[in-house]
Design a protein around this ligand. Structure first.
Ligand SMILES: [Zn+2]
Length: 437
């Protein structure tokens, strides 16, 4: 894992979500230096439709916009994503015609409406996973006009006098390109016109209809819930988004070739979680599913991640870390006050003197020793030597640790915590290169 690279993307894509009962969405603005149209991509209006939010997550992490602008909201209904339900407070996509101010979705719906109506936005995409495979004629229970999957959805054929107002024509053009590279023939995309104004009362309350009634083009992209492989759904979502960018003359590049295998490996990277108030950094991809003695502040938890789908949710006495609807780990907190006086520590790594930043991950070949710091106590979690309270100045190897205290799945990484009296001063994580030694 290239930690350095991930940290770089952390600084360019710093996403802060304060802990609250109601997680707010993230807006990632990709602004190029060259003038052009602006595309707004909205993911996760329905929390149990992962194709609709993992695709915009990859878009925000791995795409560069070279002309024009792309604004990305990967996690509109964030509370519902973390719970893997359609809508924690009811169906958010039925709240765009009317919403009560006491509705828990009120703030989010009001904010996203403002964003959609922002004069810069030329076109909005609302991403979903839908039932079955949309076809104009009924073939069977999965392939028929009532299905929603594998379709570009329009509310009507045209918005007169709007830039990109030929909705029907645009959807058809986009699908034609997407259909060139199908993983299976039955995955073909079709245009579904819900004819919302005349025929669809439910859709009159939707996000896209709100947009088009305000003369702003909007489409829904629906991959199929019947496709169970997440990377296939994400492939089709990204392919379709790219075709919309091409059509809008938005130039882009990405750091990978668009195919299912690459998407699989990008999705396997859960990201980095940072807790700045306690100077803690965790690699979520390798993190063990349960971690005890995790130092935390009693006050409000503030965290950030290079993955906008990461959330940390209090659950009784513990904290649950989620990547979208995927459970990553449960932290069992050890509450203490925080002392901010320590920035670096001296560590002898495999016989070599080094300075390590608090919060960093250090890789060790064979052994390490943390040098004594006057006035501070050092606690190697998982190591104990009878009669020793301050564990500085002791040379330790992998076999000196009790493996169940490791914080990674391979049981190679251990926490080294620093204390001043009873106050926690941060930690470094020590990773032994080979777990077998
Ligand atoms: Zn949906």
């Amino acid at each position: 894992m290239n930690i350095k690279l991930l940290m770089m993307s952390l600084s360019t894509l710093f996403v802060t979500t304060a802990f609250s009962a109601n997680l707010h969405y993230t807006l990632v603005k990709k602004e190029s230096q060259k003038a052009g149209s602006t595309l707004l991509v909205i993911g996760g209006i329905h929390g149990d439709e992962p194709g609709g939010y993992f695709a915009p997550m990859l878009l925000s992490k791995y795409y560069t916009i070279e002309s024009g602008h792309v604004w990305i909201v990967p996690n509109l209904n964030f509370d519902s994503i973390a719970k893997n339900v359609r809508g924690t407070y009811g169906d958010m996509n039925r709240k765009f015609a009317k919403i009560e101010s006491k509705d828990k979705d009120f703030e989010i719906v009001s904010d996203i409406k403002k964003l959609i109506l922002s004069p810069s936005v030329d076109l909005t995409l609302n991403l979903h996973d839908g039932q079955g495979f949309y076809r104009q004629k009924t073939i069977n229970k999965d392939f028929n006009p009532k299905a929603w999957g594998q379709a570009t959805i329009i509310d009507q054929q045209q918005i007169p006098n709007a830039k990109f107002g030929n909705l029907g024509e645009i959807a058809k053009k986009v699908n034609k390109e997407t259909n060139i590279e199908l993983l299976e023939d039955v995955h073909e995309f079709n245009v579904k016109d819900t004819n919302t104004k005349k025929q669809d009362k439910a859709m009159q309350q939707s996000l896209t209809y709100f947009s088009i009634t305000n003369n702003k083009p909007a489409f829904a992209i629906e991959t199929s819930k019947n496709i169970t492989n997440l990377s296939q759904k994400v492939f089709y979502q990204l392919k379709t988004i790219e075709e919309f960018m091409n059509l809008m003359n938005i130039k882009f590049s990405r750091s990978f070739e668009l195919n299912q295998k690459n998407i699989d490996s990008l999705l396997a990277d859960d990201g980095i979680l940072e807790i700045p108030t306690t100077k803690i950094k965790l690699d979520l991809s390798t993190l063990k599913s349960s971690i005890a003695y995790f130092p935390m502040n009693k006050d409000k938890l503030v965290y950030s991640s290079n993955n906008p789908l990461v959330s940390v949710i209090q659950d009784k006495e513990t904290y649950k870390i989620m990547n979208g609807n995927i459970f990553i780990a449960r932290l069992k907190p050890e509450y203490s006050e925080f002392d901010n006086s320590l920035d670096t520590v001296k560590v002898v790594i495999d016989g070599k003197n080094t300075t390590a930043k608090i919060g960093s991950l250090i890789t060790i070949k064979h052994d390490f020793m943390v040098e004594d710091i006057k006035g501070y106590r050092i606690n190697l979690i998982g190591f104990s030597k009878s009669g020793v309270i301050n564990e500085s100045g002791i040379k330790v190897t992998h076999k000196d640790f009790i493996k169940t205290y490791a914080i990674d799945k391979n049981e190679q990484t251990f926490m080294v915590q620093f204390y001043k009296d009873k106050k926690f001063c941060g930690m470094v994580n020590i990773k032994f290169e080979s777990g077998k030694k």
